[in-house]
Design a protein around this ligand. Structure first.
Ligand code: DCT
Ligand code: MG
Length: 510
């Protein structure tokens, strides 16, 4: 069950500002050379100007510290065109006809889009001849309308990989992970939900005002946002990253087969490094952990898309050698468009096969790889699917399909025709692969479940339960009001049953 959503509030602490500390910015790559920006401090303030300048530079914009002849665009906030002109005249600088005056909303939208957006009327500051300083339409700094309707459920938000709030979501993910390591489920979930909602925003948060109307941001979360806006970093995140327990758990859980319980034990025994653990004669390792240590370097280096595609070919060849009509679909992060993953996930289903043929497929495939010397590790889990007991009420449970968790040997020559990087001597890389076999009539549910992201799946189930009185899992959708299972041939049909707008896989990166 999901823990309660509310986050106990902690007092909002106010710390002295350290603007100067973040001034020394590293050199940034300028991506958009045709624009030279100057951000006006008047009515904006030093802190916000510094923050915006730093952010814009990080996004590839050229931003000048001083107003000079090279400047092509002036960005202002809460200033009318006439006010900017007045300021320019006071600097003894004549506004040339080439100089464009823009409202800050243009810069914010551009940073969100990762490139300069088109300058429309709402962005341009108009200079009025009567000099009556009425605010221009764009300068009211109101939130985009979409912000007011953001859902608390990830399945009602489109979340692509274009995250314009990395600076915040990276921080939240560290904190969520630390709470997970400390088994504080409530705070862990609070920070995961906060990260998820910020990933869906089409703009970058640059002031606390931007957080108005956004769900899932409790006081504890807002405290972190505020600190990052003011100081460029969170003291809590900094403390966590330097924390011995966090560092050790992070290291230990990076080994395939090592979870929280084992990490806790090793930490309590005083271990802090993997080499000490590996060489300890008194420790007993599971088969999974032995494989985890054996192929550690390959497994932590992550799987590239090219490698995932090459594994896909390998899987298809093997599967279709035994069941020619079988469908093999890459699921997980790669189906959502990710360029890297910790493993490669596949869903296999076959319309024409009997229950027996279905049950025999994975063992046959695994045997084939074993004979070919490609199988480095295999854990085959038999199906526990009992159609009478569906659906399961345990929202985070693994499903009942037959599946295998593997480590396969992928030869470099199968990737990009051997162009990928090679370690000296070694001609292959160990890759984590998950195969799931599902009955053909359940394929839409299995595909939806195995595509993820995990946060998206959690919210989809929570939404079904709380908003539709339905139970969804990787096998079925049950309508509690009508007391029937709802059938579906495609993911689109499942979304429709739930009364949701369809989201493409690449919009599920919650
Ligand atoms: N999944 C699930 N329940 C689980 C495990 C997985 O619903 N207990 C779903 C969610 C995502 C998908 O299966 C694949 O899982 P992972 O491989 O762990 O995640 P990923 O999104 O593919 O990310 P990564 O790039 O780390 O593999
Ligand atoms: Mg995966």
């Amino acid at each position: 069950m999901d823990p309660p959503q509310t986050v106990p509030s902690s007092p909002r602490k106010k710390r002295p500002r350290q603007v100067g500390a973040s001034m020394a910015s590293p050199a940034h790559n300028i991506k958009f050379r045709e624009l030279v920006l100057f951000i006006l401090e008047k009515k904006m303030g030093t802190t916000r100007r510094t923050f915006l300048m730093e952010l814009a530079r990080r996004k590839g914009f050229r931003v000048e510290n001083e107003l000079s002849d090279s400047v092509t665009h002036i960005v202002a906030e809460n200033n009318s065109g006439s006010e900017v002109l007045e300021w320019l005249q006071a600097q003894k600088i004549r506004a040339s006809s080439q100089l464009t005056l823009l409202d800050v909303s243009w810069l914010i939208e551009s940073m969100g889009a990762g490139k300069p957006v088109e300058m429309t009327g709402k962005h341009q500051l108009v200079v009025r001849t009567d000099c009556s300083a009425s605010p221009s339409p764009g300068s009211q700094n109101t939130l985009p309308p979409a912000v007011k309707k953001i859902s608390q459920y990830a399945c009602q938000r489109r979340t692509t990989l274009n995250n314009c709030n990395h600076i915040f979501t990276d921080a939240f993910e560290v904190l969520a992970e630390n709470y997970e390591f400390r088994e504080n489920e409530t705070f862990c979930l609070a920070f995961m939900r906060a990260a998820s909602v910020l990933k869906s925003l089409p703009f970058t948060i640059i002031s606390m005002k931007d957080t108005e109307g956004i769900p899932c941001l409790g006081d504890k979360v807002k405290c972190v946002i505020e600190e990052i806006i003011e100081d460029g970093e969170s003291s809590e995140v900094k403390a966590v990253l330097n924390d011995e327990r966090y560092q050790s758990f992070k290291l230990f859980t990076s080994v395939f087969g090592v979870g929280l319980k084992t990490s806790e034990r090793w930490f309590r025994m005083g271990f802090r490094s993997l080499s000490k653990i590996r060489s300890d004669k008194t420790l007993k390792f599971t088969r999974m952990q032995k494989a985890g240590f054996l192929y550690y370097e390959d497994l932590v280096s992550c799987v590239t898309r090219a490698e995932a595609e090459a594994v896909g070919v390998l899987v298809k060849e093997a599967v279709q050698a035994f069941l020619p009509d079988a469908f093999v679909t890459m699921t997980g992060g790669f189906r959502r468009g990710k360029k890297m993953g910790h493993d490669v996930d596949f869903l296999i289903t076959s319309p024409g096969s009997t229950d027996d043929e279905e049950q025999q497929l994975l063992p046959k495939v695994v045997n084939l790889w074993e004979r070919e010397g490609l199988l480095l590790y295999c854990d085959l889990v038999e199906s526990t699917l009992e159609k009478s007991k569906l659906p399961s009420r345990n929202v985070d449970a693994l499903d009942h399909f037959q599946k295998c968790f593997l480590i396969l040997k992928l030869h470099h020559q199968r990737v990009d025709s051997g162009m990928s990087s090679q370690q000296e001597g070694k001609t292959w890389k160990a890759i984590r692969v998950d195969l799931v076999m599902c009955p053909y009539e359940l394929r839409a549910f299995a595909l939806l479940g195995w595509t993820g992201s995990r946060q998206f799946e959690r919210d989809l189930r929570r939404y079904a339960t709380h908003e539709r009185k339905m139970i969804l899992d990787n096998h079925a959708l049950y309508d509690k009001t009508k007391r029937i299972f709802l059938k579906a041939e495609s993911e689109e049909e499942i979304f429709a049953h739930l009364g949701l707008d369809y989201l493409e896989p690449w919009e599920r990166n919650a």
